[in-house]
Design a protein around this ligand. Structure first.
Ligand code: SF4
Length: 336
């Protein structure tokens, strides 16, 4: 099939959809060859197509702001090759026990005052223990009562845990696929791709929205990026929120020193995510500080419509709030 446009089936489906959930319920299936063909397109054609899809389903000048807080930092037993929080890498990240509910609520209130509508709480665990989960449900409940959307990223979930989070008022659970199934073992060995898919299914079954994306710039090929997008787009339903991260290379992690990915490849990946998951919020996530304003603007043109806001991600830096405000003013973009 040619990828110059969406297929008739895909277009019909998109036109009949009224909400994120409607679209995500019955996503069109994407063959990996179609996604490779998208990524291989001349840049201008790809961006034009992505912008057309974007305008069909979103306000092209609106952006959603999420703020991320690390509620438990460092000391993680997993071996994700990009992560400064893995206990086995020596990255200078200080371990920090779980934050108190009060301090999380204080941070969420400050984020809300700065315009964030979604508050994401991350913990460096392989997965939460029951006692951790109980404290998390308290935090979720408290943040939710501020009138913000809640999101958590806590690692792998055992059966029943997603339901507890959902009952506490969790709106989104983040669990990234990271990369293609084929490239995955180059980056992580302590858990399998299928483990990730299982957690995503737990989240879906609990009725929680899925936030799931990946990281590019880890030394993968363009085909591997196509493989990641195919996995995401073919989840049934596809994620409501799709963070695309540009690897932040942290000294001490195995991926430090990886050849830098050309930023145009990053923009292409955003465009492919937008085209294949038209209703999703595509988030320009980690790595923004490494990007020029022009590259960020290209990402918005390619269909990114969400960013992390605030000076810090889990452990790595993010553009200053004022710098971001100035950029969005220049681009005439406003908060959703
Ligand atoms: S990405 Fe998450 S699971 Fe992997 S090492 Fe870092 S904190 Fe642990």
């Amino acid at each position: 099939m040619h990828c110059n446009s969406l297929t008739a089936n895909q277009t019909d489906h998109l036109e009949n959809a009224n909400s994120i959930t409607d679209v995500a319920k019955k996503p069109p299936k994407w063959d990996i060859e179609e996604i490779k063909a998208l990524l291989d397109k001349p840049f201008n054609d790809l961006i034009f197509q992505a912008q057309q899809v974007h305008r069909q389903y979103h306000n092209a000048n609106a952006i959603q702001f999420s703020t991320l807080i690390s509620v438990k930092t460092g000391g993680c037993p997993e071996d994700c090759g990009y992560c400064p929080q893995a206990a086995r890498y020596h990255t200078g990240v200080d371990n920090q026990d779980m934050l108190s509910v009060d301090s999380v609520v204080e941070a969420a209130s400050a984020a809300k005052a700065q315009g964030a509508t979604r508050f994401c709480m991350g913990a460096a665990w392989r997965g939460p223990k029951q006692r951790d989960l109980e404290k998390m449900t308290e935090m979720i409940n408290a943040v939710k009562s501020l009138g913000m959307e809640t999101c958590a990223t806590l690692g792998m979930l055992k059966p029943g845990q997603a339901k507890q989070l959902g009952d506490a008022g969790l709106d989104y659970y983040n669990h990234n696929l990271d990369t293609s199934p084929e490239f995955y073992s180059e980056v992580i060995s302590t858990r399998q791709y299928q483990d990730r898919l299982n957690t995503l299914q737990e989240v879906r079954d609990a009725g929680i929205n899925v936030c799931c994306g990946g990281i590019v710039g880890m030394g993968e090929t363009r085909d591997a990026r196509a493989g990641l997008i195919a996995q995401l787009a073919n989840l049934s339903p596809y994620p409501e929120s799709v963070p695309i991260n540009y690897l932040v290379q942290v000294e001490g992690t195995p991926l430090h020193g990886t050849a830098k990915l050309d930023p145009f490849e990053f923009v292409r990946t955003i465009a492919a995510a937008r085209i294949t998951m038209p209703k999703a919020m595509v988030r320009l996530s980690a790595g923004r500080r490494e990007m020029s304003e022009s590259v960020q603007a290209l990402c918005f043109l390619a269909g990114a419509n969400s960013v992390f806001y605030g000076d810090k991600l889990l452990t790595t830096g993010n553009p200053e709030v004022q710098q971001d405000q100035a950029l969005f003013d220049k681009l005439g973009m406003r908060s959703l």
